[in-house]
Design a protein around this ligand. Sequence first.
Ligand SMILES: Cc1ncc(COP(=O)(O)O)c(C=O)c1O
Length: 394
Amino acid sequence: MRALSDRTANFTDSVIRRMTRIANQYGAVNLSQGFPDFDPPKEITDRLAEIASVGPHQYALTWGAQNFREALARKQEHFFGMKVNPDTEIVVTCGSTEAMMASMMSVTNPGDKVAIFSPFYENYGADTILSGAEPIYIPLVPPEFTFDKVVLEQAFKDGAKALVLCNPSNPCGKVFTYEEMQTIAEIIIKYDAYVITDEVYEHIIYEPHKHVYMATLPGMRERTIICNSLSKTYSVTGWRLGYVMAAPEIIDRVKKVHDFLTVGAAAPLMEAAVVGLEFEDAYYKELQAHYTHMKELFVGGLKELGFTITEPQGAYYVLLDVSEFGVKDDVAFCEWMAEHVGVAAVPGSSFFREDVHHLVRFHFAKKDETLKEALKRLADLRIKANSAQNVVWR
Ligand SMILES: Cc1ncc(COP(=O)(O)O)c(C=O)c1O
């Protein structure tokens, strides 16, 4: 038989989604793959129930139902203070996942270079490979996850055409400051490049941090391709509703890529989600308060247990430092932890380009009882890890 594609030959299955399967196998509390175990807002699910009998059930417009795009434009204008044209500046996609892929394919030619901050959400590496582009990784240096301007600029001197900016960041919880965004913008403009943002956690921010939209910086509107979704903001990760927002010339191209990739997002789900996009500010304040509560419960609990963690500024993940246990292989450690401690996490090495094996990532978008059960089990982690014999992770 002839060989399958070279491009995908080295793909492994997603470590994040594999950890979910391992969690199920051992009955572990699954704090690996980031999805809530609480319900979406009732207004949205009630509307979905109505739509089941009245539709729409057939294809929507390829670039998204008109009322959904209009509601998206109104919401975005409200939060970012700039006009968005729902007809020429938005494409609705199947999650931010497709938004990133369609954007990357619209911006790059095979052989182009794309700068990516490391640690990074694992899909970005695959997106560049599938587009035929070559990633250049820029370290975000722990514990503050700061970047070196000179290193970033070097990537563009070396020909990078675009930067992927995940803000707030998964997995490290970094929220880029206005000054950092300005530094990035200066470089992007100087080298005539683009920024592809992933802003799925825009509303999950912990005081005193603030989300800054790259597109609002001077000169950046026409160079920023915003990828976002409803997954995290409305707790509907399974609905697969995302979008790209950008200047009309870019959107024109993304529309074509999207049309051939997926044809369109689910029509009944778009219709049901419009009520969410129309929520008042109070909804987003409550969301922030709810996540602040979950962070205090879980991250605070880890600190009380005496663990070393990185304090998240946004998103819903925390990195736990497991170097005290002599971990050399964090993948094997996470598998062992799921089986013997009963809590599933994602090995940090799946996010870092650098040689980092001493961090594991938990997510905390969970009900209080789930987080309390995880903390109860993690209270035994130190004793179990220190007394574990003949383990492959050490
Ligand atoms: C940074 C980031 N981007 C994108 C996604 C996936 O988003 P979506 O469900 O909209 O495809 C995730 C999911 O965990 C994520 O953490």
